[in-house]
Design a protein around this ligand. Structure first.
Ligand SMILES: NC(=O)c1ccc[n+]([C@@H]2O[C@H](COP(=O)([O-])OP(=O)(O)OC[C@H]3O[C@@H](n4cnc5c(N)ncnc54)[C@H](OP(=O)(O)O)[C@@H]3O)[C@@H](O)[C@H]2O)c1
Length: 273
C-alpha cells in the first residue's frame, strides 16, 4: 500500500511503548487512527496530540484478551471510518520466567494477549479488507519468535506464532490486495517491556546482542506496509545471519544463541529481584 495519507489504521497497545511510537509514526504519514488499549486516559491524551497533526483519531478502550471486546473494536472502527486499511497487532506482554515455576495461568494469558488476540482481530477485519480489495496486517512479533529464548518459552511461542500467522496469510491472500508483515524488534532501549527485563537483570543487554529503538520500530512498520515486506528484523547489529545459521545448521546456531543469550536472560528471568 503505497499511499497512506487519508487511510485508516487500527493499532492495539497504542497507550505506551512501541505502540505509541507506531501510532505517532502512522499519524505523521497522514493516517487516521483507531487507538486501542485498556488505559483510556493515556489513549485520550495521545489522540488529542495526534489530532493536532490534522488526522482523525478514535479511542476505543479494549482488553484484547476478551473476544467480544475485539469484535466490538472492529465494529466501532468500521462504523466510524467505513474501512480499516491497516491493522497493527501490537498489544503484548512479556513472560520471562524459569519454565518449571511459571504460573500456568501466565502461560495461557501470554498466548491469549500476544497471539490469540492477533489471530482474532485479523479474522474480524479480513472480510472488510477483502471487500475493499486492499489492506495490510502488521504483526508485532520479536526476535524471540525467530529463535526461542531461554526462560521465554511462552513468550517465544507467542511470537513464533505471529510469524507463522503472517506467513500463512501472505500466501493465502496473494493477489487479493491484502497482505501481512511481521516486525521482529530486538530489545528496544527506550521503554516498553525491555524496561522490565533490564530492571530484573540489573543491566542492559551485552553489546553483541545489540538493541533497537521505538522510533526504528515505527519506521519499520511504515516500510513494511509501503513495500509489502514479509518480515523485518529491527536490531543493531543485524541478527538475520544468526537466524539463517540456526535454520541451516541448527546445532551450531543453537550453540551461538545459548552462549550469547542464556546468562543475560537468566538474570532477566529472576523475579525475586
Ligand atoms: N520493547 C521491546 O523491547 C520489544 C521487543 C520485541 C517485541 N516487542 C513487542 O512489542 C509490543 C509492544 O511492547 P512494548 O515494549 O511497547 O510494551 P509496553 O510498553 O508494556 O506496552 C504494551 C502495550 O500493550 C497493551 N496491552 C497489554 N495488555 C493488554 C490487554 N490485555 N488489552 C489491551 N492492550 C494491552 C498496553 O496497554 P494497556 O496496559 O493500556 O492495556 C500497552 O499499550 C509487544 O507485543 C511486545 O511483545 C517489544
Amino acid at each position: 500500500m503505497k499511499e497512506l495519507r487519508g487511510r485508516t489504521a487500527l493499532i492495539t497497545g497504542a497507550s505506551r511503548g512501541l505502540g505509541l511510537a507506531v501510532a505517532k509514526g502512522l499519524a505523521r504519514e497522514g493516517m487516521n487512527l483507531v487507538l486501542a488499549a485498556r488505559s483510556r486516559e493515556l489513549l485520550d491524551e495521545l489522540a488529542t496530540e495526534l489530532r493536532s497533526l490534522g488526522i482523525r483519531a478514535l479511542v476505543v478502550p479494549t482488553d484484547v484478551a476478551d473476544e467480544a471486546q475485539l469484535k466490538s473494536l472492529v465494529d466501532t472502527a468500521l462504523a466510524e471510518f467505513g474501512v480499516i486499511d491497516v491493522l497493527v497487532n501490537n498489544a503484548g506482554i512479556e513472560a520471562f520466567c524459569p519454565f518449571d515455576v511459571i504460573e500456568p495461568q501466565e502461560i495461557v494469558r501470554t498466548i491469549q494477549v500476544n497471539l490469540i488476540s492477533a489471530l482474532l482481530l485479523a479474522r474480524f477485519v479480513l472480510p472488510s479488507m477483502l471487500k475493499a480489495g486492499r489492506g495490510h496486517i502488521v504483526n508485532m512479533a520479536s526476535t524471540a519468535g525467530k529463535s526461542g529464548p531461554a526462560f521465554g518459552a511462552a513468550y517465544g511461542a507467542s511470537k513464533a506464532g505471529m510469524i507463522a500467522m503472517t506467513q500463512s496469510l501472505r500466501v493465502e491472500l496473494h493477489k487479493t490486495g491484502v497482505s501481512a508483515s511481521a516486525i521482529c524488534p530486538g530489545f528496544a532501549t527506550d521503554g516498553g517491556v525491555y524496561e522490565i527485563v533490564k530492571k530484573r537483570a540489573g543491566r542492559g543487554t551485552p553489546w553483541y546482542l545489540g538493541s533497537t529503538s521505538a522510533e526504528a520500530v515505527a519506521r519499520a512498520v511504515v516500510k513494511s506496509i509501503r513495500n509489502n515486506r514479509p518480515e523485518l528484523i529491527v536490531n543493531f547489529p543485524a541478527l538475520r545471519p544468526v537466524f539463517v545459521l540456526c535454520q541451516a545448521f541448527p546445532t551450531i546456531g543453537e550453540w551461538i544463541v545459548r552462549v550469547t543469550t542464556r546468562r543475560y536472560l537468566k538474570m532477566a528471568a529472576d523475579r525475586k529481584k
